[in-house]
Design a protein around this ligand. Structure first.
Ligand SMILES: CC(C)(COP(=O)(O)OP(=O)(O)OC[C@H]1O[C@@H](n2cnc3c(N)ncnc32)[C@H](O)[C@@H]1OP(=O)(O)O)[C@@H](O)C(=O)NCCC(=O)NCCS
Length: 147
């Protein structure tokens, strides 16, 4: 498996593949859909994707909240590629990016089922469990140095 991680542009072919993967992994199983308004609001976010050749197999978004905090969002890996290090590689790539851009805090809303994945990568739970898109979540955070 030869996986390449890179930042992708908003609005192009790769972005379209990213939305398809997010729909398949993060929304379809819940019977939910993204609205055009939600997708449009991601124009100023940073979009990262993992590719095997031309196939987009994972993605991760980062949203700058202020000049210190980045929110990590929409982490998804295609089923056949889960458990092979793709999610970890995406997180490490985005952490390097956040470091280079001068951010000092990364926050995220982890699905309860994915919280152990982030814990392994050094993220800590803050606060109580809450519900988002019908699922139990925890807010998690990691401070610089990330990597
Ligand atoms: C959660 C997800 C992003 C993880 O990506 P992945 O590529 O499958 O994970 P990796 O192979 O990089 O795993 C890295 C480590 O975390 C562990 N891990 C991964 N997912 C885990 C989970 N759900 N629970 C516990 N541990 C997990 C792996 O075993 C691995 O451990 P190791 O370093 O000791 O070998 C991916 O499985 C996924 O897309 N799941 C469905 C959607 C989802 O829940 N997204 C997150 C929303 S917050």
């Amino acid at each position: 498996m030869n996986i390449e991680i890179k930042q992708i542009a908003f609005g192009g072919t790769e972005h379209k593949k990213e939305i398809e993967l997010r729909h398949k992994i993060l929304r379809q199983p819940l019977g939910l859909q993204y609205t055009q308004e939600q997708l449009d609001s991601e124009k100023d976010e940073f979009h990262f994707a993992a590719f095997e050749g031309d196939k987009l197999v994972g993605c991760l978004l980062m949203k700058a909240i202020d000049n210190k905090e980045m929110k990590m969002r929409q982490v998804a890996v295609d089923e056949d590629y889960q458990g092979k290090g793709v999610g970890k590689a995406l997180v490490l790539f985005s952490e390097k990016f956040a470091t280079e851009k001068g951010f000092s805090l990364i926050t995220l809303h982890a699905r309860k089922t994915a919280a152990p994945f982030y814990e392994k990568l050094g993220y800590k739970i803050v606060g109580n469990e809450f519900t988002e898109v019908t699922l139990s979540h925890f807010k998690m955070k990691k401070e610089r140095p990330f990597v």
